[in-house]
Design a protein around this ligand. Sequence first.
Ligand code: C2E
Ligand code: MG
Ligand code: MG
Ligand code: MG
Length: 288
Amino acid sequence: EAKSAGRNRFAVYDSALEVRFLERRAMVEDLPNAVSNRELSVYLQPKVDLATATPTGFEALVRWQRAGRLTPPDEFVQVAEETGMIQRIDRYVLDEATRAVAQWNMLHETAYAVSVNLSGLHFTSSRLVDWVREALEVSGLRADLLTLEITETVQLRDWKLTGQILAQLRALGVRISIDDFGTGYSSLAYLRAIMADELKIDRSLVTQIDAPGQARMLFASVLDIARTMELDVVVEGVETADQVAVLTSFGVKTVQGFYFGRPAPMAQALRQAMETPATGDTAPRIAS
Ligand code: C2E
Ligand code: MG
Ligand code: MG
Ligand code: MG
């Protein structure tokens, strides 16, 4: 009797855990078929030049339409990393995004850039280099228009190999970006080791900069670090006009966030980018 009372006491907790466990197991089972069943799609979110309020490129973000519901990446990327599926997923996104943006650039004589997220897990083998080379060849995208965002959800361990892979990627002419700076494993040591071209300042460092105070000072310090290291800065998660004003006063060039545009299906995002701002034709042009 004491035993069953004990069980009841934890019933709520247990069932919540069980739901999570079952969801996770379903994801583990469904993920391998997600690519072949064409359940994955790619959305693009504009990266905007603050001075002109014009998109200069996009970040590719994976979406999983599963059983009539959109499963957000935050829910399945980690599972995909644990089960080794993330490589296939990232390669799919890389191929799709480079193809769509290169094709758009060709048809419209634009020079939009595209950023693709890569799990830290790719840095355990040099297959990634072949995949990137192939994506550039197949799509015809100019190498300097491709940025690889390293999302450090998995701690990079093998620094020798990671360094070699990064050097090979750099030799291809693509850009390297450090994603979510200010969270997780991303440290100053990491910043120095990666030798990136770009630093993406995480949304969590931006949310409270609209009022004077510690958050704004901390943000300014991070900006200083980025400038000291001669990194291009992209500020993520910009949602309000007040934030835009502060970022402008800090001389930030490139931003990303719901204020300027939400992630949208690729064709739609590309079309919308051509229409912003509503007047004038300000899409980045192929240098001729
Ligand atoms: P991330 O790379 O930092 O991408 C930015 C995330 O912030 C996206 O969430 C985007 O929709 C969201 N976001 C953009 N602007 C705003 C804003 O103004 N406010 C708020 N609240 N959110 C904003 P999403 O698409 O759900 O992706 C979440 C994370 O999942 C990404 O963070 C990235 O780490 C990972 N991810 C997404 N796609 C891929 C992929 O193809 N491969 C890998 N390895 N990871 C991916
Ligand atoms: Mg990213
Ligand atoms: Mg980020
Ligand atoms: Mg993130």
